[in-house]
Design a binder for this molecule. Structure first.
Ligand code: NAD
Ligand code: TYD
Length: 335
């Protein structure tokens, strides 16, 4: 397989590159990434000699067409991904997530790509009331509530339209919140861990009772692998953990306990506008049809993630200090 991984220098994309090289070492991987503030070549440092890397914006039609030449499979992660940033600056989300996805779809169609896998989110479905036991399925109606979720929803619709209208062999996964190594420290779990390691408090959006369906990133990578191997063209698969519910407050308390600090290290801060209170996924389809199961138990892997951040302080301190920008420029000028 000659596989193009867009957004492969980000959190999930880089985990997917590591995963794929281990499981399918015979395949040829090209990572295409613009290296925005969230893209970090250090995430690929251990495997840099085993892959090709190209610094390209997915909105750049000419560069994307060139990159796709000789590729048979695309796994599309590249996106603006942080809800809070989409609230303060939605433009880039519309550009990358909608227009950029469309550029890729056009190029994929023109170049006869055999598989186009689109990586999406459960946030396209909106929110579930806290008191409800509802879980989303593949037929749940779309109801995005943040500019991020709306831009991902639009991209999902475009991807499906390219299957229905032009027969492009697409698949989609809508996954719940991921956590694990290389998670950018603006997102809740890595922000909480690194703040404590820096002696700062965990900022909890009031009232802290919001629920996320946390899934270890390796489980997500395995789900995408199964969809690439056995998924049916045109189909969507929901991916989520279905473990017991943890509120943000529960997660923050666990992180304090793992790091041996008092719960006084949590502080409530003003809530996010339009904050979705709860996400929950019913992953029966991918379980029944493709045999996927989450392998990673939340508390055990949260502890492992805390340990990863303890052991990789250079990685996140460079990001938090802004030094990593310089690192990218240096790295890229060498290539
Ligand atoms: P991330 O922000 O860590 O990484 C995004 C990557 O995309 C970065 O490397 C960035 O440089 C690159 N990128 C951004 N704009 C680009 C552009 N215009 N051209 C080329 N590259 C560009 O994001 P992530 O958390 O790894 O998420 C990856 C994908 O998975 C996204 O599509 C996101 O919507 C989806 N997703 C994320 C989660 C989650 O919990 N993080 C859950 C479900 C789905
Ligand atoms: P986040 O990691 O931004 O993911 P998403 O909003 O895409 O689910 O946030 C996860 C949860 O944590 C969400 O309910 C918002 C909350 N949160 C905080 O309480 N404090 C914070 O500083 C951040 C970034 C998030």
């Amino acid at each position: 397989m000659k596989i193009l991984i867009t957004g492969g220098a980000g959190f999930i994309g880089s985990n997917f590159v590591h995963y794929w090289l281990e499981k399918h070492p015979e395949d040829k991987i090209t990572v295409l990434d613009k290296l925005t503030y969230a893209g970090n070549l250090e995430n690929l440092e251990p495997v840099k000699d085993k892959i090709s890397f190209i610094k390209v914006d997915i909105c750049d039609e000419e560069a994307v067409e060139k990159a796709i030449n000789g590729i048979d499979t695309i796994v599309h992660f590249a996106a603006e991904s942080h809800v809070d940033r989409s609230i303060t600056g939605p433009d880039e989300f519309i550009r990358t997530n909608i227009l950029g996805t469309h550029v890729l779809l056009k190029a994929a169609l023109k170049n006869g790509i055999k598989k186009f896998h689109h990586v999406s989110t459960d946030e396209v479905f909106g929110q579930i009331p806290l008191e409800s036991n509802e879980q989303w399925t593949e037929t749940s109606p779309y109801n995005p509530r943040s500019p991020y979720a709306a831009s991902k929803a639009a991209s999902d619709h475009l991807v499906r339209a390219y299957f229905t209208t032009y027969g492009l062999p697409i698949t989609i996964t809508n996954c719940s919140n991921n956590f694990g190594p290389y998670h950018f420290p603006e997102k809740f779990i890595p922000l909480a861990i690194t703040n404590i390691l820096e002696g700062k408090k965990i900022p909890l959006y009031k009232p802290g009772n919001q629920v996320r369906d946390w899934l270890h990133v390796k489980d997500h990578c395995r789900a995408i692998d199964l969809v690439l191997q056995g998924g049916k063209a045109g189909e969507t698969y929901l991916v989520g953990s279905q473990h017991k519910e943890y509120t943000n407050l529960d997660v923050a308390k666990m992180i304090c306990a793992f790091l041996g600090v008092s719960e006084d290290m949590m502080e409530f801060v003003g809530d996010r506008p339009g904050h979705d209170v709860k996400y929950a996924i019913d992953a029966s389809k991918i379980k029944n049809e493709l045999g996927w199961q989450p392998e990673f138990e939340f508390e055990q892997w949260l502890k492992a993630t805390v340990d990863w951040y303890k052991q990789n302080q250079v990685w996140w301190k460079r990001i938090k200090s802004g030094e990593y920008q310089e690192y990218y420029q240096q790295q890229y000028s060498k290539k």
